[in-house]
Design a protein around this ligand. Structure first.
Ligand code: DX5
Ligand code: ZN
Length: 222
C-alpha cells in the first residue's frame, strides 16, 4: 500500500508560509493544515481565508485537519474551496455520515478524526462512509508533543476494521518522528503527519525522505 507523508505546517514559519509550503513540494504527498478554533482545542491557528490563499499558491494537495466545533456547518466550505482532503472530528460532528457525504459530493476525500479517548469501536459502523480515519496520537491542539504509545492498539484495531487493501486510509497525527514512525507503520497506519519532525529541522525535504524510508521499511501493509 502507498505510504504517504503529510507535513504539518503548524510547525512552519507562519510569516513565510508560502516559502515553507513550496519547500516541500515534490517530496510531501500532502500539506497538512491544522485549523483550530480555540473551542474544540485550546489554540487558535488559521481558517478558510488562509486555506484559500494557500490553495491559490501551492501545488501540493491540501489535507485540512479541522479541530473545530460545529464542523457540520464549517467543513464543507473547505472542500468547496478546493482542499482535496477534509477531516472533521467525531467528537464535534452532529451528523458525521451526512457531513462525510457532503464533503465527498464536493469532490474532497472525507476524513474523521478521533481524540485519544474516543474508541474506534464507537464509530466502527460508519467507517465505510469515510475515505480516511485519523487516529490522534497526542491530544490535539499543539505541535511538538510526545507520541502516546497507548494509541498503538487502537491503530491496530482500526487497521483490522478497515482491512489491509482498502481505499480507506489510516492517518496518524502527533509525535510522529524517527523514533515513533516505525511503531505506527507496524501497527497499520499509512498516512503520517509530521510537524516538528519536518519543519523544526534544517532540511525538511531530507526529513520527509527519511521518514518515508523508515515507514516503508516497517509497514505491515505489503
Ligand atoms: C496537533 C496537530 C498536529 C501537529 C503535529 O493537534 O493536529 O498536526 O502539527 O505536530 P507534531 O508532529 O510536532 O507532533
Ligand atoms: Zn493535525
Amino acid at each position: 500500500m502507498h505510504l504517504q507523508i503529510s507535513p504539518s505546517i503548524l510547525s512552519s514559519d507562519f510569516a513565510n508560509l508560502e516559502r515553507d509550503c513550496e519547500e516541500v513540494a515534490g517530496s510531501a504527498d500532502w500539506l497538512h493544515v491544522d485549523v483550530m478554533d480555540n473551542h474544540f482545542v485550546p489554540n487558535l491557528t488559521l481558517g478558510l481565508p488562509v486555506v484559500e490563499a494557500l490553495l491559490a499558491k501551492v501545488s501540493t494537495p491540501i489535507d485540512c485537519h479541522l479541530m473545530i466545533e460545529d464542523p457540520d456547518r464549517w467543513a464543507p466550505a473547505y472542500a468547496e474551496a478546493g482542499a482535496k482532503s477534509v477531516t472533521f472530528h467525531a467528537e464535534a460532528a452532529a451528523a458525521p455520515v451526512r457531513l462525510a457525504r457532503e464533503i465527498r459530493n464536493l469532490g474532497a476525500r472525507a476524513g474523521m478524526g478521533l481524540r485519544p479517548a474516543t474508541s474506534i469501536d464507537s464509530v466502527a459502523d460508519i467507517i465505510p462512509e469515510l475515505d480516511m480515519v485519523l487516529i490522534m496520537t497526542v491530544e490535539p491542539g499543539f505541535g511538538g508533543q510526545s507520541f502516546i504509545d497507548a494509541m498503538l492498539p487502537k491503530i491496530q484495531r482500526t487497521r483490522e476494521l478497515i482491512g489491509p487493501e482498502s481505499d480507506i486510509w489510516l492517518q496518524v497525527d502527533g509525535g510522529i518522528h524517527s523514533g515513533t514512525i516505525e511503531l505506527a507503520a507496524e501497527a497499520g497506519a499509512n498516512v503520517f503527519v509530521a510537524g516538528s519532525a519536518v519543519y523544526a529541522t534544517d532540511d525538511p525535504v531530507a526529513a520527509i525522505d527519511s521518514l518515508r524510508a523508515q515507514a516503508q521499511a516497517s509497514t505491515c501493509l505489503r
